[in-house]
Design a protein around this ligand. Structure first.
Ligand SMILES: C[S@@+](CC[C@H](N)C(=O)[O-])C[C@H]1O[C@@H](n2cnc3c(N)ncnc32)[C@H](O)[C@@H]1O
Length: 272
């Protein structure tokens, strides 16, 4: 495993319980009403990372489940195939199959066997064209899709600091940065997803799924803050000169459990 892979896997492990607490539970209830009543479910989890979505959702759904977990990162997939979800809500078996693939190269019809498609913390990393492709794949599969934890561009730190807004704006610009593949969606993801699903006639339920972090998640707060301010300074280099004292102050607050952070996300349930 590469050093970068170990660090990213560590970040996903650190955020897994915050993600689990944030995802909207009532969408799972809605989802349950749109799954076939009997038979084994085939669930494709796109951009699975270490498999956190399966560990969260599989025990909340009844019936036998076969999870096909897709990621382009072989190291993360290895963890996903080893750290398996618990059995289904009614004790039925849950199996996992790992697929190393670029999910932006899926074609409508590639997931024809799916009874459910999931993704978590993925959509905001895509360009509009890539998201449009994924929307077509989901609608083409003719099954529900639970797409959780897309950033919406709102964070709140408490106590407030006069630099917070500038850092937040630079961070959002970083999330919308232009890459070789095009401009990333970042905080525009939900609006674009709703537009694209709407054009194909799919119904989409939207729910807030904020991270609410405080003293009990001090390690995650410190790690999130370091990444947040780092991305902001990378995007707006002139910001870096004025943030040393701010970073020291905020990290001290985080370590002492004195910094509370809300990071807003949205979850989407797409119904065919
Ligand atoms: C922020 S992580 C989220 C991981 C996991 N879904 C979770 O909630 O913990 C995004 C994941 O998507 C994967 N990913 C991003 N773009 C991808 C692509 N085009 N094809 C396959 N995997 C991709 C990354 O490797 C990473 O594992």
């Amino acid at each position: 495993m590469t050093v970068e892979g170990i660090r990213f896997g560590g970040w996903l492990a650190l955020r897994e319980s915050a993600d689990a607490a944030a995802r909207a539970p009532d969408l799972v209830e809605h989802l349950g009403r749109h799954l076939p009543a009997t038979g084994s479910r085939v669930i494709h989890d796109l951009g699975c990372g270490t498999g956190a979505m399966g560990r969260w959702l599989a025990p909340r759904l009844p019936g036998p489940q076969h999870w096909v977990v897709h990621d382009w990162d072989a190291d993360l997939l290895e963890v996903a195939a080893a750290d398996l979800p618990s059995p289904a809500a009614d004790g039925a078996a849950v199996t996992v199959e790992a697929k190393q693939a670029d999910i932006t190269r899926l074609h409508p019809g590639d997931l024809a066997d799916a009874t459910l498609i999931t993704a978590s913390a993925l959509l905001d990393l895509l360009t509009e064209d890539e998201l449009a492709g994924l929307v077509a794949v989901c609608v083409g599969a003719g099954c529900p899709a639970l797409l959780t934890l897309s950033v919406v561009g709102r964070v709140n730190l408490s106590p407030a600091d006069s630099l917070d807004r500038r850092v937040a704006a630079a961070f959002d610009a970083h999330q919308r940065r232009t890459t070789e593949g095009g401009r990333l969606l970042g905080p525009d993801t939900v609006a674009v997803a709703l537009k694209r699903f709407g054009r194909l006639g799919a119904e989409v339920l939207v729910r807030p799924s904020p991270w609410r972090l405080g003293a009990l998640q001090a390690d995650l707060v410190a790690e999130w803050f370091t990444g947040w301010v780092g991305a902001a300074c990378e995007q707006q280099v002139e910001l870096a000169a004025g943030t040393d004292a701010y970073i020291r102050r905020r990290l001290a607050e985080a370590t002492e459990g004195q910094l509370a952070v809300t990071v807003d996300h949205a979850d989407l349930l797409v119904l065919p």
